[in-house]
Design a protein around this ligand. Structure first.
Ligand code: URA
Length: 201
């Protein structure tokens, strides 16, 4: 952990001044992780979306609504978790008036891991849930497929275990209603398993 950062408030202040990669230049603001200081579960997404960038809070847009519903269905109170992202600034491409999400690259993920590592050291969750390939890549330091890692947990080198699941925005892209429902149930089941593990630890 960085010698000077010993609280989440200090972390937020340091993140607000971040210039570790170029993404800070076009984003409205940094979006720090948010939640209970000693949360047993940390949920890690990819990067803030349009709404998160404007509001300064993680998962408050459409993907956040899916996440909130799934947490509710899994019997998990969001206020007891810590919700964060692998990358803290919104990366986008301007198309007319719209800002279209762009995937962060390996360099941006790697540079931002600095903040995620400090955050993990401060919150000390029992279980870290990587939602999507970007979060899994950040936490494992290599490219993985979600399908190959789902349903198992992996040690993270501290006391925490890593569980991998889909990103909630992936559910928003599924056109077929039955498939979407099936995938949603799988997402809820992954969250439920993570909560069980977090409370068993
Ligand atoms: N998608 C993410 O990965 N994170 C957010 O905060 C919002 C959408």
């Amino acid at each position: 952990m960085s010698a000077e950062i010993t609280s989440l408030a200090q972390l937020r202040a340091a993140e607000a001044a971040c210039t570790r990669c170029p993404l800070y230049q076009d984003a409205t603001q940094v979006v720090p992780g948010e939640g209970a200081a000693g949360a047993r579960i940390m949920l890690v997404g990819e990067q803030p979306g349009d709404q998160e960038d404007l509001q300064g809070h993680p998962f408050v847009g459409p993907a956040g609504r899916v996440l909130d519903r799934a947490l509710g269905d899994a019997g998990i109170a969001r206020a007891e978790t810590f919700v964060t992202n692998a990358v803290r600034h919104f990366k986008f491409e301007q198309r007319g008036k719209r800002r279209l999400h762009k995937k962060p690259n390996a360099y941006e993920i790697e540079r931002c891991k600095w903040w995620l590592d400090i955050e993990r050291a401060l919150v000390k969750p029992q279980v870290v849930v990587a939602m999507g390939a970007t979060a899994a890549r950040s936490l494992l330091g290599r490219t993985v497929t979600i399908a190959s890692m789902r349903g198992e947990t992996f040690p993270l080198g501290d006391h925490a275990r890593l569980a991998v699941t889909i990103h909630p925005s992936a559910l928003l892209r599924i056109r077929d209603a039955d498939d979407r429902e099936r995938q949603y149930e799988g997402f809820v089941a992954d969250l439920r398993r993570a909560a069980k593990l977090a409370h068993a630890a």
